[in-house]
Design a protein around this ligand. Structure first.
Ligand code: SF4
Ligand code: SF4
Length: 125
């Protein structure tokens, strides 16, 4: 019985110790964490010139694109199922065409939603 009282007391002490401390969890999704500027979230691509650097530095092969008849980049895709958000493509892109946003709510029930598509469809006219 003494052991039961002792452990109940210790449990209550633990509760009281943390009662007035700042909460370490957030009531997500109602409240969202303030992200710092270096946060690496969803990638966005605009203005790719097709130099191929991102293909070389991506460690998981998440990036693919094609070029149309005018050597213009098209069908630029980033597969979020493969992307580990390392930021290599963003850091090494020589033209700044790749941006890393703070969007981290990327879960989906549809696998197609996890393929990000940029730079338009290929046209061969
Ligand atoms: S590194 Fe930048 S410019 Fe080069 S292919 Fe990738 S996104 Fe396009
Ligand atoms: S963030 Fe990393 S893993 Fe994701 S596409 Fe860019 S280089 Fe590949």
């Amino acid at each position: 019985m003494f052991v039961g009282i002792k452990s109940t007391f210790e449990g209550l002490m633990t509760v009281f110790k943390h009662l007035f401390k700042r909460a370490v969890t957030l009531e997500y999704p109602e409240k969202k964490k303030v992200l710092n500027d270096s946060f690496r979230g969803k990638l966005e691509v605009n203005g790719c010139v097709g130099c191929g650097v991102c293909l070389k530095v991506c460690p998981t092969g998440a990036i693919s694109y094609q070029k149309d008849g005018n050597a213009k980049v098209c069908n630029y895709k980033i597969d979020l199922k493969k992307c580990i958000f390392c930021g290599n493509c963003y850091y090494y892109c020589p033209t700044g065409a790749i941006k890393m946003t703070k969007d981290y709510e990327l879960a989906s029930e549809n696998k197609e939603d996890l393929i990000l598509k940029y730079e338009g469809e290929c046209r061969n006219d």
